[in-house]
Design a protein around this ligand. Structure first.
Ligand code: ADP
Ligand code: 5GP
Length: 197
């Protein structure tokens, strides 16, 4: 399941709030070249690496997808995702709109996606300043990006307007649990074969 939306939309908050109600899942920990924020931990929030290390990862084919977002590299490692899928877990990606396009191109309809946004750009701005994790120029850049990101909203299966955190989390839980009922094309082919034999 792919979650996208502007920085500050509430993706992390919604996942945190919903985690007891979505069963066995793996949250895909991305790799990034951005600086850790206060309180962020390597291997928990992200794998924080240098530009050089990231580019070595690209060359080695480590990433299911990667993109430059707000001037930094961000990418999803393939290995843990495949392991989690093999274990029957729901995999949740918090990635940008470019990442969503790449994952959908590779995994097709097996992917369920939701775009998360606050009700207005003003509210997004308010939340980014209230979060106190980024300086003003970084926040301004994220708000500018948000104006472009919203244009991709129609590419997503679902849109969650994060006004009330309780309502937004309830919507996310419904979508996440329904997405578990999807099967990969391999699984469906096997099902048809078994049916015939
Ligand atoms: P993202 O992961 O999308 O970048 P966060 O989850 O960090 O966004 O949320 C950004 C800020 O907005 C945080 O300070 C969070 O506590 C706050 N927030 C999230 N959802 C709501 C909401 N529904 N109402 C008010 N504040 C919210
Ligand atoms: P932040 O710096 O606020 O943690 O994240 C900035 C943006 O990068 C968010 O839109 C987030 O969804 C996106 N992002 C995080 N990890 C990845 C990733 O692995 N791939 C892509 N394409 N985007 C990511």
């Amino acid at each position: 399941m792919v979650l996208s939306g502007p920085s500050g939309a509430g993706k992390s908050t919604i996942i945190h709030h919903s985690s007891p109600y979505i069963g066995n899942y793996y949250f895909s920990i991305s790799t990034t070249t951005r600086e850790p924020r206060d309180g962020e931990e390597h291997g928990v929030d992200y794998y924080f690496v240098t530009h050089r290390e990231f580019e070595e990862g690209i060359k080695a084919g480590d990433f299911l997808e990667y993109a430059t977002v707000h001037g930094n590299y961000y990418g999803t490692s393939i290995k843990p995702v495949n392991m989690a899928l093999e274990e029957g877990k729901l995999v949740i990606f918090d990635i940008d709109i470019q990442g969503h396009r790449l994952v959908r191109a590779k995994m097709g309809d097996y992917v369920t996606s939701a775009f998360i946004t606050p009700p207005t750009l003003k509210e997004l701005e308010k939340r980014l300043y209230a979060r106190c994790t980024d300086n003003n120029s970084i926040i301004e850049r994220r708000i500018e990006n948000a104006k472009k990101e919203i244009e991709a909203v129609s590419e997503f299966d679902f849109v969650i307007i994060n006004d009330s955190i309780e309502e937004a989390s309830a919507q996310f839980i419904t979508i996440a649990n329904a997405s578990r009922l999807k099967h990969s094309s391999d699984e469906l082919e096997k099902m048809v074969e078994n049916w015939k034999n």
